[in-house]
Design a protein around this ligand. Structure first.
Ligand code: PLP
Length: 391
């Protein structure tokens, strides 16, 4: 292990989650812990649940767990499904694969649609698979919205249309762990039954909160599930939340942070937050194109605005480049996960991030490419600056 040396200036945390936490959120979390059953707590509970509604675009119940995103995945599965149930899931990348593995460990049968990790879910395959399921055995369609391991974004509204076109009764479950708070998300309009999210990506908090947004249909299904559910029980959570409390100790200081982070998002205006992510993502892709490097995602309408995964030219190791950039310029970039290990690196442009933070990030990448001897054309950063100047 290396001995950490003191370095001046701020570390650039440009991984696609955990993302940078704004100073005011850090300060909000540093307040003294309060009694989670005392008189001041319900106002915090009501406020965060209320402020979250516009981020999910829902009037349905939202549940907050002291957990990682993985916990929120499990909560979604065990509340509505039973061992032996079948789901339809898609190999968009590493996270979709982990969610599939978890489902299987819980005794759920998975119809798994393989893919090359370079695109989102094809809505026509959703329609074909559901149309072929004449016995209606598929209980849920599970999709990762922004696949954080690859930088692809599945088109949830199109997938909803595909499900509707078959009149199939399956539930629709969406992992919006890295997209929520970065791109517009419409839980109600897209008739998603369970949306799963977490604190440490677009919501600009440290890791530690898992979220589920529900639907009436999901709540009905939860009454029929034969899975054993205790810690993850929606019912107990919702009943307690109605009184402003939780069935067990919530992550009090993360909730202080969430309250502040939501205030920041609403203060900027959600439409502006989404436009900013779109602009910075576009600038990143312009830099990439001008370097002559390849985007892992090959479908332009499925580019994620949360991160960009860059394919390394043959014979060059992405983790070597990342190491050089970390040591020389104090910036962390995302590693390739699973079968993309060493083959790609990921640039996070997510959360508390702006034009100059992006140009700093891209200049670090461009300098790193030069030092590592990775073949590229110089000036990607200039092209990105040109684009940003004209916005
Ligand atoms: C980060 C992430 C997860 C996993 O969340 P953890 O908090 O690490 O458990 C799952 N899905 C997606 C799309 C993610 O970005």
């Amino acid at each position: 292990m290396s001995i950490a040396k003191q370095r001046a200036g701020r570390h650039f945390l440009q991984i696609p989650g955990p993302s940078n936490v704004p100073d005011s959120v850090l300060r909000a979390m540093s307040k003294a812990v309060i009694d989670h059953r005392g008189p001041d707590f319900p106002d915090i509970t009501f406020d965060v649940l209320n402020q979250l509604k516009d981020v999910f675009n829902t009037t349905a119940p939202i549940v907050i767990y002291p957990s990682s995103g993985t916990g929120a995945w499990e909560a979604a599965l065990v509340n509505v499904l039973s061992p032996g149930d079948k789901i339809l899931a898609f190999e968009t990348g590493w996270f979709a694969t982990l969610w599939k593995n978890m489902s299987q460990k819980l005794g759920i049968e998975v119809e798994w649609v393989e893919s090359d990790w370079r695109r989102g879910v094809d809505p026509s395959i959703v329609a074909d698979k559901l149309a072929a399921d004449s016995k209606k055995e598929i209980k849920a369609v599970c999709v990762v919205h922004s696949e954080t391991s690859t930088g692809s974004m599945s088109r949830i509204s199109k997938i909803r249309q595909a499900i509707d076109s078959t009149n199939h009764p399956a539930l629709f479950m969406v992992d919006a762990i890295s997209s929520l708070g970065c791109v517009e998300y419409k839980h109600d309009e897209w008739a998603v039954d369970v949306t799963i999210s977490g604190s440490q990506k677009g919501l600009m908090l440290p890791p530690g909160l898992g979220l589920n947004a529900l639907s009436e249909k999901a709540l009905e299904a939860s009454k029929l599930s034969s899975s054993r559910v205790s810690y993850w029980s929606w019912q107990e959570m919702i009943e307690n939340n109605e009184q402003g409390v939780f069935p067990y100790t919530p992550a009090t200081n993360l909730l202080f942070g969430l309250q502040e982070a939501l205030k920041l998002l609403h203060g900027e205006g959600l439409a502006n937050v989404y436009a900013r992510h779109s602009r910075l993502a576009q600038a990143t892709r312009i830099a990439l194109e001008n370097w002559g490097l390849e985007n892992l995602c090959v479908v332009p309408e499925e580019f994620s605005d949360c991160l960009t995964a860059v394919v390394m030219p043959e014979g060059h190791d992405a983790d070597n480049l990342r190491k050089i950039i970390l040591e020389k310029f104090n910036m962390s970039l995302g590693t390739g996960l699973g079968k993309m290990k060493s083959k790609i690196f990921r640039i996070g442009h997510i959360g508390d991030f702006n034009e100059l933070a992006l140009t700093g990030t891209l200049s670090g990448v461009e300098m790193g490419l030069g030092i590592a001897g990775v073949p590229h054309t110089k000036g990607g950063i200039n092209a990105a600056m040109e684009f940003l100047s004209n916005q």
